[in-house]
Design a protein around this ligand. Sequence first.
Ligand code: SF4
Length: 208
Amino acid sequence: MKIHRFATCESLYDMPLKVQFVLTHMCNYNCSYCFGHKKMDKRDSDFPAIHRLKTAVDHLVELKRSHYELFISGGECTYHPNLFDFIQYACDAFQDKLKVINITSNGSSGVEIYSRLADLAKQYNVPLDIMISIHTEQVSLKHIVELTKALSRKLHFLHFALMFNPLKKDFVKEIYATMFSLRDVGGGVLSLHVDGEQTSCTAFVPGR
Ligand code: SF4
């Protein structure tokens, strides 16, 4: 027997390279179940320097992969002082090989930050997915609603991961119901997905 091809790609170099940049271990939230965050200090040198991030991108480009997917997370990555500069550099460096940017955030930054991210991705014609983790111990639901309304038409995908907290069960239900009521806000469909037995749920708002 001769194996000509394994999996769906001809070679390693045809496979997308998914790269995760953890831009900080600091977070402005202080969830009781978080195992690794540091208190946010914007002066802290814990933020990786922009020149190091750019060098990492350069090395990735040198790999000459057919396409790249960029995942950006933390801690709370929207606090990185050079977040926009970094994304812009990555878009310029990867060019049309960059197929998607995915940002995970707790959704606490201002609406204008996420809007600017959406505008930047649009400028480069790169789909932007934003995953908002809703943490019941810290979240302002009003802010999340504002964010959803502002972003649902601007993004490729806006995802919500609602952290199920048994001690805040009623609030979890309220958030779930509120997110469900927003299902038409993007002119599209919002679907709610429940994992396991009340362990977590995820709402997706497809952008337009
Ligand atoms: S939002 Fe995430 S990173 Fe921040 S404290 Fe909560 S679980 Fe930790």
